[in-house]
Design a protein around this ligand. Structure first.
Ligand SMILES: *[C@@H]1O[C@H](CO)[C@@H](O)[C@H](O)[C@H]1NC(C)=O
Ligand SMILES: *[C@@H]1O[C@H](CO)[C@@H](O)[C@H](O)[C@H]1NC(C)=O
Ligand SMILES: [Zn+2]
Length: 454
């Protein structure tokens, strides 16, 4: 991506004459190579349970441990100071001069759902390291330390709970909840984390150790591929996120009396499978009913038991994912779906069990982070637009402990969680530069105390 050279030269000259204008201290030349970052992303992708271009990397499995080692190597090569916490979050620090409170943090995840691609999450980690390396190479000395994080298990694949690392840092994960979530082999998180060299004596002790002290993070910004089509469709290079949609998850189980598919006549049946089918339609209707494009609801998983062709299904389990940037609207849709499940169950004479498995709050991005990212995009002369993150990220939980924002780059077709996930090296480079300049603004420049806050 081309920098806006005349602008930079001109402001540079102006600022030499006028050293108290803030941008003077922020590096205008950053050594970031988009193709090198992509090379590192593709190297990371090789630590996969399936052949590339698909990537499967599940937390604390051998390939995840290889990915962790690679990330730590890159952090060290970038001159960052390494630390790891009790749940396996990995941190690389570019030290500040100590003249301002709190750390500025960035980061994302490197775990990958089955048959995912090379960019989701990984960009925010590898790109975050590249951003800190570039700031340091440009001679930038921050007031606040800047830290890049590889968060543990953003994806829910192994323990059926997303964003474990950031939930733990934010202190919003209870030991009971975590201990109950077992992997496919009945292993709990503490056991897996301990085997990986993390953990503590108990789940509670581990979570207490990982929890961030209030006030110790001054802001957080995550770089990510958009995972949606808007930026590419509009020809916009950078997305500045204003809000992160709030997910909720609902589990519904219908049980009927089953019976032989030939012998059980239609009027006598209470078919749990049909109740599930009706509920899936009710989920769609409830989401469409708000009239808001930001409301989305999906009955993405339906399990029939025994799932055989010649029996009337006696059991049907439906898992529903529901999201909105407006929490009360999201909760109203959730209530509507629960009411629909009751109505369907009564009418079809099936028994009903429901469980709200998860209900998180949405996040509004902090004005100061949005402003810093906007200033960074303008400094780079890059086209940018504000948008909402419809997927959620570790940033959703970091927002509970610090002013938070996100920067998106376009990805091809808006696709992610697929082997053909792709972002161009030029956009990768621009995203990393924008991240670096945003972090520099949030951290403040050493020797320029009056201008640390934008
Ligand atoms: C569960 O055990 C099976 C069989 O040993 C193994 O292949 C699989 O990787 C294990 N799953 C996890 C998440 O460790
Ligand atoms: C894309 O363009 C549409 C139509 O002009 C606009 O409403 C939307 O905000 C734009 N989004 C982005 C991310 O540029
Ligand atoms: Zn992600």
């Amino acid at each position: 991506m081309r920098l806006h050279e005349p602008f930079i030269r001109w402001t540079g000259a102006l600022l030499l004459l006028c050293p108290y204008i803030g941008a003077f201290q922020y590096p205008s030349k950053l050594d970031v190579s988009g193709s090198l970052v992509v090379e590192q992303l593709l190297k990371l992708a090789t630590f996969s349970d399936v052949p590339n271009p698909a990537v499967t990397r599940i937390v604390f499995t051998p390939n995840d441990m290889k990915a962790r080692a690679y990330v730590k190597d890159l952090m060290q090569l970038a001159g960052l100071t390494l630390r790891e916490d009790a749940v396996g979050n990995i941190f690389g620090l570019l030290a500040g001069d100590g003249s301002a409170e709190g750390l500025v943090q960035t980061g994302s995840h490197t775990d990958a759902i089955p048959l995912a691609g090379a960019y989701d999450g990984t960009l925010g980690v590898i790109g975050g390291i590249a951003a800190l390396r570039a700031l340091s190479a440009a001679g930038f000395r921050p007031r606040r330390g800047i830290e890049v994080i590889m968060f543990t298990s953003e994806e829910p694949t192994r323990f059926s709970l997303s964003c474990l690392g950031s939930r733990a840092m934010a202190g919003v994960l209870s030991a009971e909840t975590l201990a109950r979530r077992l992997d496919e082999n009945g292993t709990d998180f503490l056991t897996a984390a301990t085997a990986a060299g993390y953990g503590r004596g108990s789940t509670q002790a581990m979570l207490d150790a990982a929890r961030v002290k209030p006030g110790s993070v001054s802001s957080f910004v995550e770089l990510h591929i958009e995972q949606g089509p808007e930026l590419e469709a509009n020809g916009t290079s950078l997305g500045i996120v204003t809000a992160i949609a709030a997910p909720a998850a609902l589990r519904v189980r219908f049980s009927g009396d089953g019976g032989h598919a030939g012998a059980q006549l239609m009027p006598r049946r209470n078919d749990a499978g049909l109740a599930a089918a009706e509920l899936a339609l009710a989920v769609e209707a409830a989401a469409l009913g708000t009239g808001a494009p930001d409301t989305v609801a999906t009955a993405g998983r339906v399990d029939l038991a025994p799932n055989t062709v010649n029996s009337v299904p006696p059991q049907a389990a439906v898992e529903i994912d529901l999201r909105d940037v407006d929490e009360s609207r999201r909760d109203a849709v959730l209530a509507q779906i629960l009411a629909a499940a009751e109505e369907i169950a009564a009418r079809r004479r099936v028994r009903l069990q429901t469980e709200v498995a998860n209900r998180d709050a949405p996040a509004t991005c902090a004005a100061e982070v949005v402003a810093a990212a906007t200033a960074a995009a303008e400094q780079l002369g890059a086209s940018h637009a504000r948008l909402v993150s419809r997927a959620y990220h570790d940033a959703l939980f970091m927002a509970q402990i610090a002013p938070t924002g996100m920067i998106f780059i376009p990805c091809r077709g808006g696709w992610s969680h697929r082997p053909d996930e792709f972002a161009s090296p030029a956009h990768v480079e621009l995203g990393v530069k924008a991240l670096a300049l945003t972090l520099a603004r949030l951290a403040g420049a050493a020797g320029n105390p009056g201008k640390a806050e934008l």
